[in-house]
Design a protein around this ligand. Structure first.
Ligand code: TYM
Length: 351
């Protein structure tokens, strides 16, 4: 019989550069919703951040600043740090420890198929860090060290979640006898499910509707940052690329119109309604009118978050206390899993 796993949500966000609307609508909005129904663990993944060269993540002061900023964004967006666990990854040793075991379970062929590695490594693959290559295995460990069952993410993380399931499954199979003999039931690790929902699971660049909105885009006009003020948001939306046609009144009319599709998706996600409802309201309107409504909506939704983030980042003592308290609670769960993993694999350890 497979072990019964209690529902538990885990997700992570990297402390690298600016948090943007894609991170917010694709992931953080769902983090906030899930806390109503689930126990949730939200992690600032600083170990993942250093897989790129220091010039990318900005060095030690910037990493610490970014870690506090992501934490502040979680809280400002509405995640309750008392009811849930918020912490930074490097404080809980279990993530790195389980990664080693999983490195010996995962296959090189599996990692060779990871598209994000190919994108991030670019042409000079020989010069990418070993950590960047191993990034998806660390991600599997993040989730499975808590034996989490649900993982809210944007569309771009789907392949990594599939790999996580493959690793969990292979560990369960490779150690099936040991798992059963030690009374852990059949499926020691759950096969976690991606939660990829809402009208904005893949928010695109405001300058090019075929490219993902990303922290690494050279143009700041390609994204709305969570820290942007009202004027900056207005400017970026007004300058966003569109096409000359008015908005369609039904969803099939968005096909082959990536920029229109993206702006409608953003509006829908910010308004908390399906795209079809947005089109029913704005079908036939010119972009100038739609954009000014979008600016109002975006400012109404995002300005309070930016304000609260600013207030929180001015109080690093409080933010650090959230991370330290969260790490202590995370560590209790992670240590329990690691102790079982050590039993299962045959590592002698203090109980
Ligand atoms: P990161 O920091 O790149 O992104 C954080 C979250 O934001 C989502 N996202 C987007 N969603 C919609 N549209 C976009 N343009 C967009 N850009 C980013 C991402 O899908 C993600 O959910 N590998 C993860 C971090 C991670 C993690 C984990 C996630 C580490 N360990 C364990 C879940 C579980 C990442 O790169 O996130």
């Amino acid at each position: 019989m497979a072990a019964k796993h209690n529902d538990l949500v885990f997700s992570g966000v990297q402390p690298t550069g600016n948090l943007h609307l894609g991170n917010y609508l694709g992931a953080i909005v769902n983090f906030v919703k899930l806390q109503e129904t689930h126990s949730c663990i939200y992690c600032v993944v600083d170990l993942h951040a250093i897989t790129m060269p220091p010039s990318v993540w900005g060095g030690p002061e910037e990493l610490a600043r970014s870690t506090r900023e992501v934490t502040a964004a979680f809280i400002a967006a509405g995640i309750d740090p008392k009811k849930n666990i918020i912490f930074n990854q490097s404080q809980v040793a279990g993530h790195a420890e389980l990664t080693w075991v999983f490195n010996c379970v995962a296959r090189i062929g599996w990692l060779n198929r990871m598209t994000q590695f190919k994108e991030k490594a670019g042409k000079d693959r020989e010069n990418a860090s070993v950590g960047l290559y191993d990034y998806p295995v660390l991600m599997a460990s993040d989730i499975l060290v808590y034996r989490a069952t649900h993982v809210p993410v944007g569309e771009d993380q789907k392949q990594h979640l599939e790999l996580t399931r493959d690793i969990a499954q292979k560990f369960n199979n490779d150690f099936a006898e040991s798992i059963a003999a030690r009374g852990y039931g059949e499926g020691f690790f759950p096969l976690p499910e991606p939660v990829i929902t809402g009208p904005a699971t893949r928010v695109m660049s405001l300058r090019d509707g075929t490219k993902k909105m990303s922290k690494s885009d050279a143009s700041d006009y390609s994204r709305i940052n969570l820290t942007d003020d009202a004027d900056t948001i207005a400017q970026k939306v007004r300058k966003a690329k569109t096409d000359p046609e008015p908005l369609p009144s039904e969803e099939p009319g968005l096909a082959q119109r990536p920029e229109a599709d993206n702006l409608v998706g953003i509006y829908a996600a910010l308004a908390g309604k399906p795209k079809a409802n947005v089109l029913a309201e704005f079908g036939g309107a010119q972009f100038s009118q739609f954009k000014s409504n979008l600016v109002d909506l975006a400012v109404t939704r995002l300005a309070p978050i930016a304000g609260e983030m600013k207030r929180l980042t001015q109080d690093p003592g409080y933010v650090d206390s959230v991370l330290i308290d969260g790490a202590a609670r995370a560590n209790v769960i992670a240590s329990e899993t690691m102790s079982a993993v050590k039993d299962i694999v045959g590592f002698i350890h203090k109980r």
